[in-house]
Design a protein around this ligand. Structure first.
Ligand code: G6P
Length: 485
């Protein structure tokens, strides 16, 4: 099936992801401005790539049409991939975010299946593979990321038999009973098996993937090793599956809390909110997986029944705009904003909010100030690959104050056992957890935070990337011959 063979490029490590770490924005005067892209993938990988020499990142620049020329930023080379309006509608908003995203997050909303979307997913994946393959040095490494690009590992293998190929899935991998619903499910599995190493966030994700490969493709699985039969005369290949919980640049985040400007900003935030006794914070992309509705429901009831006095306690809900043209995201925004309006209408004291709602993104420094000001952070995801907000809060509290309420359905719950763990579907349990957190004595907060910090500071994103790349080097056996020229 190998068609094109690409000439090698110059980069030892090539990252391929749907998005570049920066989004291009056209200013009113026609000039281009670059801003940090949203989401956990970029938060994590951006800091990894800054430490790597000769790294490249292949991805979409976030706007439709003509891709900008490759350029250098932060010591890495960026290679933009073109997506037209129709690709955005069918590959990105359609198959990636209205089919795969809800299916992989346990069908919190119903996934939509449209044949035309699959065709665009296939052609867009081909375009990413064709852009990435020629960029890697002979015998180099190509690391493909996330659910938007599951066909890319195999497509790259067809073009570059000399490189090592890794794949990491940032979101959950669903149980085989759910995965089996997906039309073209076997093509997805074969695409992923083009990699030498396939990595997941949680042990349960790895096991779900192995079960799907065994059951749907019938391949032999021995522990975490899959034997993939060769096509035609090609020999049998081995693919490794492994769990690598992703993290953040923990020491960089922690160091920001020493910055006098950020400390002053945290104090100012508290004054701006009218000096409440307690500040509670939720910070998410505006996504139905994050459990924002459940959180607001619990908060509204606590105000209704008088358990929380809005003069003493304020909640800030940051909802970063996301996938705004996808219908379920529009509906979510309407519902959240209706609920916030109702709660404020009924409970806010004159001149200040009960819920301070922010529908925009904040930069890293502003987020650190918010984490420093927050007495309690609520992470109530109904399903989440990892959730880096939980880890960012912990890294922002070297003072050992503050309480993390964490959903057991977020990947972070496997590691952050000292958080107040909740089932966000159980509104009564969630309410009780919020009240317990607000009343938690300082010594108890310190003990929990010390244990959480031990985990987050020791297992940072550099450690994660190192583990993945080391295992990738040890796995598979790329063909010895140099890439054909
Ligand atoms: C999650 C996904 C990423 C995605 C990000 C932002 O973190 O795992 O792949 O980039 O959300 O979503 P967006 O659709 O704006 O890229």
């Amino acid at each position: 099936s190998s068609s094109v063979q690409d000439r090698p490029g110059e980069h030892e490590l090539v990252v391929v992801a749907n998005r570049l770490p920066v989004d291009s924005r056209t200013l009113p005067d026609g000039a281009t401005e670059w801003v940090t892209s949203p989401g956990g993938l970029v938060t994590a990988m951006e800091s990894v790539m800054r430490t790597i020499d000769s790294g490249a990142w292949v991805g979409w620049a976030g706007a439709p049409g003509e891709a900008p020329e490759p350029f250098d930023a932060d010591g890495m080379s960026l290679y933009p991939v073109r997506l037209d309006q129709e690709d955005i509608e069918r590959y990105y908003e359609g198959y990636s975010n209205a089919t795969l995203w809800p299916l992989y997050h346990d069908v919190i909303v119903a996934p939509e299946f449209h044949r035309g979307w699959w065709d665009s997913y296939l052609t867009a994946n081909r375009r990413f593979a064709a852009a990435a393959a020629p960029v890697a040095a002979p015998g180099g490494t190509i690391w493909v990321h996330d659910y938007q690009l599951q066909l890319v590992p195999r497509m790259i293998r067809d073009r570059r038999s000399d490189v090592r190929i890794g794949f990491f899935n940032h979101i959950p991998f669903p149980p085989v009973e759910l995965f089996s619903q997906l039309p073209k499910r076997n093509s997805i599995l074969r695409g992923l098996l083009g990699a030498d190493l396939v990595g997941f966030q949680r042990e349960s994700d790895s096991l779900n993937f192995l079960a799907a490969v065994r059951k749907l493709l019938g391949h032999h699985v021995d522990g975490m090793t899959i034997s993939v039969p060769g096509i035609g005369a090609a020999p049998m290949r081995e693919v490794q599956v492994q769990t690598f919980p992703i993290s953040i640049d923990s020491s960089a985040v922690s160091a920001l809390t020493e910055d006098p400007e950020i400390r002053e900003r945290a104090a100012q935030l508290r004054r701006d909110l009218g000096d409440p006794e307690k500040i509670v914070l939720g910070a998410d992309r505006l996504d139905y997986t994050k459990g924002i509705r459940h959180r607001l429901k619990a908060w509204g009831e606590l105000l209704d029944d008088g358990s929380i006095d809005p003069h003493d306690t304020v909640i800030i809900q940051i909802a970063t705009p996301s996938r705004e043209r996808v219908e379920s995201y529009r509906q979510l925004r309407d519902e959240v904003e209706l609920t916030v309006g109702r709660i404020n209408g009924e409970h806010a004291p004159l001149g200040r909010p009960a819920v301070s709602y922010q529908h925009h993104s904040f930069d890293r420094r502003e987020m650190t100030a918010l984490f420093m000001a927050a007495d309690v952070v609520l992470v109530t995801a109904l399903r989440d690959g990892m959730n880096l907000v939980a880890k960012e809060y912990v890294a922002s509290r070297p003072d050992l104050h503050g309480v993390l309420v964490l959903s057991e359905f977020a990947g972070a719950a496997d590691e952050l056992r000292a958080a107040v763990l909740v089932n966000p579907h159980d509104i009564d349990e969630l309410k009780a957890a919020i009240l317990r957190s607000l009343a938690m004595p300082p010594e108890e907060q310190e003990e929990a935070m010390r244990s959480l910090r031990h985990q987050v500071m020791e297992h940072d994103v550099q450690f994660w990337a190192h583990q993945f790349l080391e295992n990738l080097t040890a796995s598979g056996s790329p063909e010895q011959e140099a890439a054909p020229v």
